[in-house]
Ligand binder design. Sequence first.
Ligand code: ARG
Ligand code: ZN
Length: 874
Amino acid sequence: QTVFLKDYTPPEYLIEQIELNFDLDEQHTLVRSTLSLRRNPQSQDSSAALTLLGEELQLVSIAIDGRLLMQSQYVLGEEALVVHEVPQDRPFQIVIENTINPQANTALEGLYLSSSMLCTQCEAQGFRKITWFLDRPDVMSRFKTTLTGDKSKYPVLLSNGNKVGEGELENNRHWVSWEDPFAKPCYLFALVAGQLECVADEFVTMSGRRIALEIFVEKHNVDKCDHAMQSLKNAMRWDEETYGLEYDLDLYMIVAVDHFNMGAMENKGLNVFNTKFVLARPDTATDSDYEHIEGVIGHEYFHNWSGNRVTCRDWFQLSLKEGFTVFRDQQFSGDRTSPAVKRIEDVNALRTRQFAEDAGPLAHPIRPEAYIEINNFYTLTVYEKGAEVVRMLHTLLGAAGFRKGCDLYFQRHDGQAVTCEDFVKALEDANGVELNQFRRWYSQAGTPVLTVSQQYDAEAQQLHLTIQQSCPPTPNQPVKASLHIPVKLGLLAADGSAAPIYCNGSSQAEITLNVTEAEQTFSFAKLPQQPVVSLLRGFSAPVTLKMERSLDELAFLLRHDSDTFNRWEAGQQLAVQVIFKLIDAIELGRPLQLEPVIVDAYRSVLLDSGGDLSYQALLLALPEESYLSGQMAIIDVEAIHQAREFVKKTLAEQLQAEFKQLYVQHHRDESGSFDAGAVGRRRLKNACLSYLSKLENADVYHIAEQQFYSARNMTDQLAALSAIVNSNHPAKARSLDSFYVQWRQEALVIDKWFTLQATSSMPNTFATVQALMKHPAFDMKTPNRVRSLIGAFSQANPLHFHAQNGEGYRFLADQVLALNTLNPQIASRMVTGLAQWRRYDAGRQGLMKQQLQRIVATEHLSKDVYEIASKSLA
Ligand code: ARG
Ligand code: ZN
C-alpha cells in the first residue's frame, strides 16, 4: 500500500463548498455533509465515477441533487465510498449522512473525546474519519459548519472562521453556525465542543484591524494562559514586522486539550493545542516550557500564511509548510530571547536526533518519495532538516533577498496548493538567481560530510583550504550527487582578533564559501601568519564537519571566536575529544585521567560570564550521551556513560570552588518571572548544581534539598529534584513523594515526575519504570503520559534502555503492541527506539532485532507500526 510522489495526479473532482451539520454526542454523533461538486477541468481522467474517502464511518444515507441513492448505485468499502455515476457536465450536490463514535476513538484522529470535550485532529488524513470526502490537500473548499448539542455538556461550540448564527432548541439544546470565508483543504477543519472557559484579549494589526483573541481551557487552567496570550500577540507583531504578513480573520482562537498526538495544530482560526504548549504558571512550568510555548504558539500562528493561505499540493510536500514554518518559529524565538542560545539549542537537537534519523534505516529526503502511512513522515527530517534547508536559502540570498522571495511566493501562490519546487522558483525569480544544484537538498537524504584540510604557505603568505564533500548511502539512494553547501568562514589572528579575508579586491571579516563540488580548494592571501580557521559559523549547513584540531586550538577558539555558535562548538569538540580518549582507556582497561586543558578551559568559562548567563550555562554543558553515540561506529553505551560521568565528576572536584561560588552568586529565592535576567541566572546556577551533585557529599545534598523545598518556581524545584534523583541522596524517596503529593492535580507536572524517574541513570531504574506502569496516574490513552514514561525511558535513557540482557527492548515491544490497537500514531513513535539496532554490538543487535521481528509478525498491525518496524529491519 505504498503511495508514490511520482504517481501524483490532479483531483478528478473539486468540492467548492461544504456545509457540515453536527449533532454532537459522545458515542453517537450524526454528521450531515452537503458537498457542492464539479468535475475538475484540469483532470485527465474521464471515468464517470466519484470516489470519496472515508474510514470507520456508519453510512445513514446518500443523495445526489436531492435523489436518494439505491445500494446498487454505489459501493461502500473499508476506505472509500464509490458512486458509480455522477454528472459530468454541470455542478452537482451530494448530501451524505453518517454517524461516528468519538468515545471509541482512542487513535485521537478525526473527532474524539478528550476528558469531557469533543475535539478534532484532521491533519494529515483525519477528516475522512468524520465524513466521506476528497481528503487531499489540493481540494480546497469553503466551509460552513453548524454544531448542535446539549447546552450543559457543550456550552461552547467552536469551528473555523466567523460565528454567523446561534440559537436555542428544545430539550436544553442549542446550535452555533460558523463560516470560514477562505477556501481551505479539509485537514485544516476543526470543531471543539465542551465546558470551556475563555480568556480573551485583543490585537490591533498593522493596518489597524482589531482582532479578538480567545484562548479556551478547562476552568482549572484559566490561571495558566497569560504567557500563551502574550506569546500570540508577540508572534502576530513579529510576523508583521519581519515578513509583512497580517492576520486575516476577525477572530483567532486557541483551544488546549489534554489528549493530543502531537504538539499543536494550525486549523484555520481555531488552533487546537496540546495543553503542554499552552499552560504555564511560574510554579508549574519551567523556563524551557515557557520558551517552548512561545515557540509553538508562534509556529501555529505563522502557519496561517505558510501552510494555510498557501498550502501543500500533496503530503510529499509537507516540508514546504513545516520546514519553512519551523525556520520562521526559530527566527522568532531567537529574536524574542537570545539568537545565540536559540541557535545552539536547535543545532544540538538537530545533531543528536535528526542526524541519527538520517544515518539510520528510516532516512528519507525532506521531500520523501514514498510512504505507507503519512503520519510517519512528521519527522525530524521533514521539520528540522527542512528548516535548515530554508535557513541555507536565507544565507545564500541574504535577509533582504530572502524576504523578496517570500513576498513573491505568498503573492504568487495565495489561495493555492503548491509544491516545494514552487517555493524555490519564487525565491529564484525574485532574486534573478538559479538554484538548480541547491534543489538536490530536497531529494537527497543523508547527512553530508565535509572533510577539511589546510595548508599554509608562509612564503606566499597564503592559506589553502581544501574541502571535500561526501554523503553516505541511505535506503534506495546508494550514490549521492554533490550538493550546494554554504559554508560561513572567519579567520582568527594569533591574538584572537579577526584576520581580514581578502577576496574580490576587498577585505571582509566573514565570508560564505559556496561549496559545490566533490573537492574544492579555497585560497586566502595576505596572511603574514597562519590564522586559526573558524569554519561553518552559525552552523551554516546541516553537515558533519571533519577537521583535525588540536585540543589547544579548540581551547583557543573557545576563548576567542567571535561567532557565538563556533565558540560553543569549540568547547563541545574539546569535550568530545577528551571523552573519546577516556572511552578508549575504558575499553582497554586503563586508568582514567582528565586532560588538564579541559579543566583550564572550563575554569575560564566559569570565571567569565560575558554577560549572557544562558550562553555561559550552555558553554558548561557537556555533549549529551546521544550526541556522543552518533560519533561511534559501534555504540558502547556503558563506556560513553562512564567516560562522560568521569569528566563531569572530575570537573566538579577540580573546580568545586568556582561552581559553588557561581551557584551562590546567582541563587535567588525568586518566584520565577520569565525575563531574560532571571532565566539566565537560573540556568547557570542549576548547571552548577548539576555538576556539584556529582560530588555526592552532605554539603551538596543539603543545598539541593534546600532548593527543592524552598523553590517558588518549577525550574528551580525540578532542577533540585533532578540532582537528588540522579544521586544517592538520602532523601530521594521522600522528595519524590512530596513532589507527587504537591502536584497531583497538575497533569503536566506529574508528566515531569514520571520523566525524571524514567531517565534516571541510577541503578534499579528499570524496576521503577515497571512499577510506574502500574501507578494509578499512568494512562496508556494519554499520549503525554505515554511519552513521559515509555518515551522518556526508551529515548532518553540509553544506559538502562540498552541493558545488556535485553529487558528494555522486550519492555518497549510489549508497550508498542499494546499501543498499536489503542493509538497507532503513538505506537509507531515508540518503535523508533529500536530502529538504530545496527549501531550496537552483536548481542544487543540480536536482541533488538528479535523484538522488531516480533512486532512485525504480530497480526492486525497498524500501517503506522508496520512501516516503521519493517523498514527498520530492511
Ligand atoms: N501541522 C502540525 C504542526 O506541525 C502537526 C500536526 C501533525 N499531526 C499528525 N497527526 N501527523 O504544527
Ligand atoms: Zn507545523
